[in-house]
Ligand binder design. Structure first.
Ligand code: HEC
Ligand code: HEC
Ligand code: HEC
Ligand code: HEC
Ligand code: HEC
Ligand code: HEC
Length: 371
């Protein structure tokens, strides 16, 4: 009997160890059960939130066709193939906006100009503007992983910043007037200006300043300085990156008008200007182009502007060859300011579209100030 109970204990232990200690001896896994029902957005907390299908959601942007299309547009754009990247990016005062390296460096250091002058400057790369989606939270989309969208220091008036509060800040970092000697100019007074460089002025790309309605020389005149409120409702990309035609306009070509001038992309405009077929809305571009020409002719007559180059004629320049004689005396405040406004609007290249009311007032009051 003792022997029997001993045997019983031993076999019980053996069965226990087989079943509990070696569960791998289970039978094969049964077939998968049916999917559970979807949650219903957590009413009373009784259900879980609906999940997002990452495969459907993320691949709206992250797919080869989208990136391929973007890359081929980018390759034709001025950001991708403009001549100034290789041509001017290796100069200290230009590298910030004219080289990928200079842009990245000043982003990191917060300085206005680079410390390291790139020997072989290259054009913008995708990750100049794009970074990583900070949150990866679907409620935060569309989120284009734009890296720099904070307020931007105004180079032409360094005590000020501009904050559009949206992706336009990323563009403003470069698309703003450069500092010009003497700026910001006073609005009144008898100071005269020794303009000795034909390059004097706000330089190319003051689109951000004009969209914001600041940094023009706001001389008092018949017209008040008000704004067409594009900055409050539209971003640079809404107008410049609205879906266009393949590699001709829109998207990462940034072109509203195709390079050959035959196609115009108004896809951005019609969201607010119903039925627009041209960017010359209410004839405003035609009007501003005429005002600009009128001011231009006045500046030429005053020997401030060279009609061939549209650059300044240094006041003390002695005419010879193709060089026109300068004015022969320092420029008055009004001449200096009106010239600055002319160049600002000329270099903006939107013919008033960025901020019709402000641009109209700058041109009109500048012209009147010279007469
Ligand atoms: C609205 C378009 C869009 C959507 C939707 C989107 N992304 Fe992106 N994502 C981008 C862009 C644009 C970039 C920058 C690409 C670059 O720099 O080459 C990016 C960058 C990234 C990067 C960094 C890649 C790198 O090389 O640095 C990761 C990771 C990423 N996305 C993951 C996701 C995930 C996960 C989702 C879904 C939750 C998602 N994205 C949804 C547009 C999108
Ligand atoms: C790192 C500086 C930099 C940033 C950031 C930048 N740009 Fe540019 N952009 C340039 C330069 C420089 C050129 C001219 C390049 C050339 O012609 O060599 C240019 C050219 C352009 C053009 C002219 C296109 C043409 O075909 O004539 C447009 C439009 C434009 N940028 C819009 C934008 C918008 C919109 C953004 C923001 C999403 C932006 N840029 C961000 C520097 C920048
Ligand atoms: C604050 C940024 C910034 C700085 C600094 C800057 N540029 Fe530019 N530059 C731009 C932008 C933006 C454009 C494009 C504007 C446009 O397309 O309307 C541009 C356009 C140009 C163009 C005209 C390209 C064309 O096709 O018409 C030349 C040339 C140029 N820059 C040279 C220079 C040189 C030389 C320097 C340095 C002495 C310099 N830039 C400094 C922002 C800058
Ligand atoms: C000058 C800045 C800039 C550069 C450089 C740039 N992007 Fe973008 N990208 C943007 C902006 C701004 C948007 C958001 C456009 C909008 O608001 O509709 C965007 C949107 C996108 C999208 C979403 C497109 C869509 O239609 O929804 C993708 C994908 C993308 N970029 C990829 C790239 C890739 C790849 C490169 C390099 C080949 C690149 N980007 C270079 C500024 C830039
Ligand atoms: C309300 C729409 C709108 C907004 C917002 C806008 N632009 Fe433009 N932009 C235009 C139009 C229209 C033109 C002129 C196109 C033409 O007639 O060829 C233009 C012209 C330009 C040009 C000259 C080259 C070209 O493509 O004609 C540059 C560079 C430019 N804009 C940059 C910017 C930047 C940078 C911002 C944001 C700071 C911006 N724009 C905001 C509509 C807009
Ligand atoms: C997000 C909305 C929005 C978009 C996009 C937009 N605009 Fe506008 N635009 C407006 C508003 C609002 C006004 C009137 C503002 C005011 O009177 O102060 C206006 C006024 C104008 C004016 C002055 C018209 C007048 O009679 O005074 C012009 C020119 C103009 N827009 C051109 C354009 C062009 C060109 C585009 C596309 C490239 C465009 N806009 C895209 C909202 C928009």
């Amino acid at each position: 009997m003792k022997k029997f109970s001993y045997l019983l204990i031993v076999s019980a232990l053996a069965i226990f160890s087989l079943v509990v200690l070696f569960p791998a001896c289970e039978g094969p896994i049964g077939p998968a059960g049916a999917n559970g029902t979807n949650g219903t957005n957590g009413t009373n907390g009784s259900n879980g939130l609906d999940g997002k299908d990452a495969n459907a959601f993320c691949v709206k942007c992250h797919n080869a066709a989208m990136f391929g299309a973007v890359e081929s547009q980018f390759a034709t754009s001025k950001h991708g193939e403009g001549e100034t990247w290789a041509g001017d990016g290796n100069r200290q005062s230009c590298a910030r906006c004219h080289s990928y390296q200079g842009y990245k460096e000043t982003m990191l250091t917060g300085r206005d100009t680079v410390e390291f002058i790139p020997k072989i400057p290259v054009a913008l790369q995708c990750d100049a503007c794009h970074d990583f989606h900070g949150t990866l939270d679907s409620t935060d989309f569309p989120n284009y992983a734009l890296g720099h969208t904070g307020p931007v220091k105004v180079l032409a008036d360094p005590t000020k910043t501009i904050d559009f509060g949206n992706s336009s800040n990323a563009c403003l970092y470069c698309h703003q007037a450069r500092p010009a000697a003497g700026f910001p100019l006073p609005l009144t007074g008898d100071t005269t200006y020794a303009i000795t460089s034909s390059r004097w002025g706000p330089h190319h790309g003051p689109q951000g300043n004009l969209l914001n309605g600041t940094q023009g020389w706001q001389v008092a005149g018949a017209m008040a300085y008000t704004n067409t409120n594009h900055k409050g409702v539209a971003t640079c990309s809404m107008c410049h990156m609205a879906a266009g035609e393949a590699t001709l306009t829109g998207g990462h070509t940034w072109r509203i008008k195709s390079a050959d001038g035959t196609k115009v992309n108004v896809a951005g405009c019609i969201k607010c200007h119903a039925g627009a077929t041209t960017t010359d809305i209410n004839g405003k571009q035609t009007e501003i182009a005429a005002d600009l020409l009128k001011l231009q002719n006045r500046l030429i007559a005053l020997k401030l502007l060279d009609p061939a180059t549209l650059l300044a004629i240094p006041y003390n320049q002695v005419g010879s060859g193709t060089k026109l004689p300068g004015k022969g005396a320092k420029w008055s405040l009004k001449e200096t300011g009106a010239f600055f406004n002319y160049q600002m609007v000329e270099a903006d290249r939107s013919k008033g579209a960025h901020n019709y009311k402000y641009i109209k007032a700058l041109l009109s009051n500048s012209y009147d100030a010279l007469n």
